[in-house]
Design a binder for this molecule. Structure first.
Ligand code: SF4
Ligand code: SF4
Length: 381
């Protein structure tokens, strides 16, 4: 990455949003809705969650005032890029009855304006990279995702104040975005409110050229580095990843699954907020006249009973099997399947689980309860 960084002020941030809009992007950034920071269209800095911090813990989320004016003083939004690039409901096609049969319309969902993601966090970019691997880089690619992804402009932000449920430092996916952005902002509050801007692409440089900016000095760069150091030291959770794949495989018949199942409601919330989960189902809908029929792809979840339904029964009829499937896929099988962890340490599944089930605590409990495992790579816990 080019670290010939520049500095913009708050007016520059406003202008950056306006430049992106003038280039035809729908700017999607953090904003407050129903007492939470969500990703939604923003027209300017007035829409950003200024002076707010998110207090997050297992089954707990509150917005509280900060003692400064930070625009990005919160951790990851309730959902990240997933609903933007991989919508919960994607129209695949629409069929209309005609005199000689029926006519298929292409999905009109893909005609939407390209999106500029403002304020994307490092965990979110890591999750997008996972979706790129799953949905773009393999033998078959997802045309709808490819179209949205190709047009997306990313303005990432370095996390300065991780939440109590964050653990991206454990998964190696944060807090500083390393790739996958066009521009990277690091918000600096002292002695004056400003943003260090680093360029990650040619189009990022073109956009920044339209915003008044000054070259960053050594003090700006040092302050931005300090934001990363402090954020790394303030992660709310830790996930021990060494040997975790072997631990989970060895724990396949652990009695601990019954313990989790006694708490888990199989509500699917964790999979819906998870930025890496990509399982879907297909739903066909017809209107009352029978003249129009649509096929939609909708998010599904391995916690739903029907998800594993084949030939007259569900493979995973019990909650213990579903939780085991979810965490084993995320932290173990995903490594064999895609060559990476399926978890980016965003902590959303912990915050938004109504039963306060914590993936880091469950992984630690399984590790503690699982005897030493010997693999070809040596003994591991
Ligand atoms: S782990 Fe929590 S969020 Fe996930 S299905 Fe169970 S109760 Fe719902
Ligand atoms: S499993 Fe939980 S912590 Fe990991 S990426 Fe998904 S929501 Fe975030």
């Amino acid at each position: 990455m080019d670290r010939h960084a520049q500095v913009i002020d708050v007016d520059g941030l406003q202008l950056l949003i306006e430049v992106l809009a003038s280039r035809g992007y729908t700017v999607m950034g953090p904003t407050v809705r129903d007492g939470a920071v969500v990703v939604a269209p923003v027209a300017g800095v007035a829409d950003l969650p200024r002076g707010l911090r998110d207090e997050q813990d297992a089954a707990h989320y509150r917005l509280v005032p900060r003692d400064d004016d930070a625009f990005f003083g919160h951790a990851a939004a309730v959902q990240g890029a997933k609903p933007v690039l991989f919508p919960a409901d994607q129209l695949l096609w629409r069929a209309r009855r005609s005199e000689d049969g029926f006519r298929l319309d292409a999905s009109d969902d893909d005609d939407a304006a390209p999106v500029a993601l403002l304020g994307a966090r490092s965990c979110d970019l890591a999750a997008v990279d996972i979706h790129d691997e799953v949905l773009l880089r393999r033998r078959f690619s997802d045309a709808h995702y490819a179209q949205r992804r190709a047009g997306t402009f990313v303005v990432a932000v370095t996390c300065g104040d991780p939440a109590g449920t964050c653990f991206c430092a454990s998964t190696g996916t944060g807090p500083r975005p390393g790739a996958g952005f066009d521009l990277l902002l690091t918000e600096l509050l002292e002695p004056v409110h400003r943003f260090l801007v680093e360029v990650g692409s040619v189009r990022g440089a073109e956009v920044l050229a339209e915003v008044p900016a000054a070259p960053a000095g050594p003090g700006d760069l040092a302050a931005a580095d300090d934001v990363v150091v402090r954020a790394t030291g303030r992660m709310g959770r830790v996930l021990e990843t060494e040997g975790l794949r072997d631990v989970l495989y060895a724990a396949a018949e652990s009695p601990h699954w019954d313990d989790v199942a006694s708490r888990c409601l199989a509500c699917t919330s964790c999979t819906l907020v998870c930025p890496t989960c990509f399982c879907t189902s297909v739903e066909d809908v017809a209107d009352l006249t029978g003249d129009v029929a649509e096929r939609h792809r909708v998010w599904d979840s391995c916690f739903s009973k029907d998800f594993a339904y084949i030939h007259g029964g569900s493979l995973r009829g019990e909650t213990r099997s579903r939780y085991r499937q979810w965490i084993t896929h995320k932290l173990a099988a995903w490594q064999d399947q895609f060559g990476m962890l399926g978890c980016v340490g965003c902590g959303r599944c912990i915050t938004w689980c109504p039963a306060a089930i914590d993936i880091t605590a469950e992984a630690a409990a399984l590790r503690a309860a699982t005897p030493l495992v010997t693999t070809g790579e040596g003994a591991r816990r």
